[in-house]
Design a binder for this molecule. Sequence first.
Ligand code: AMP
Length: 400
Amino acid sequence: MKVLVINCGSSSLKYQVIDSDTEQVLAKGLCERIGIDGRLVYQKAGGEKEITDAAMPTHKEAIGMVLDALQNPKTGVIADLSEIDAVGHRVVHGGEKFSGSALVDDAMIQAVEECSGLAPLHNPANLIGINVCRELMPNVPMVGCFDTAFHQTMPEKAYLYAIPVEYYEKYQIRKYGFHGTSHSFVSKEMASFLGMDLNNCKEIICHLGNGASISAVVNGKCVDTSMGLTPLAGLAMGTRSGDLDPSIVEFLGDKLGVDAKEVTNILNKKSGVFGLSRGLSSDFRDLGEAAEAGNHDAEVALEVFKYRVATTIGAYAAAMNGVDAIAFTAGIGENDAATRAGIISYLGYLGIELCEERNKVRGENVKISTDDSKVAVCVIPTNEELAICRDTVAVISANK
Ligand code: AMP
């Protein structure tokens, strides 16, 4: 099957066409600055990146341009739209309504709309992508894949906040978790890479990118994760604070003379390693270089990040009463050997030993712990688009 994978944001859209039989990417790219001016990036497998500046007042023109590029007689990958067998859409928040990927129909769209209050920036944009694709390809089956779905197996003790329980019942305030497609993909991939039985193992998955989260996975099912009601919770991130004393919101608001909304904005956009490094950078490459050159703030920012990851790993090893394997994935997890080594230096008590030679490898599945290490530690590149493609095919086959 040829599957079009769409990840639709408020002013951008990423896409890939994947042949689900070979799992090869046939073409990929993105639309940027939708509603502002508009730019299409398109790349056929093995071909050059083509960049076209063109007006994209709405997502409809953007998706129209993607479909035209895919059918271009010279550089396209399909003769006409009938060759697209299915579309898989990333959807950020499925609330408690979705514990797995689901076929797009009117009831599903309504349920996603009902979850929009929990992700006001993301779900409406995801829905625009779904609605435009339905309009342009009315006969093509579509599937929604939720960032929250994988975490729906968490037990109450992990997902309930210790606040009056009626706020959970009335307003659905609970831990949901995010990056679920990645956590699910990497947990399966690591089990198969290490030859472990997915149904009989304990894994910790560290998705460390600009947004970062960790999950505890027992027998393939998530039992805890570090993000919460929103993706602001948990680890220190590129610009997000992660966990802090909730009283800080009122305290800082009073000091600055701003409301809770503005403090939350600071916690989302000006905090994390960016805030700790006095606004130097949220990018770990810049911070690593600055720390090497003796910048104390950059060094401290990186150490806070590593310390939080290590203490969360410790918490999850306790939650699962042990751990068999730990995965590092996403931009930092896959590429930043120094940060991985720094995190692992906290984990000696688990009997973990890092192999420095193996830790240098990039871009492929690799075990970076020694063969004597009591817990296997791996780098497992994530592939959310492929995970969405696999889910899309599985859901469509199950609904035939
Ligand atoms: P992601 O959100 O998964 O795309 O990850 C983006 C982050 O990965 C960037 O902000 C960088 O901090 C980090 N990153 C990417 N490549 C490298 C690298 N070679 N070394 C260190 N950090 C990297």
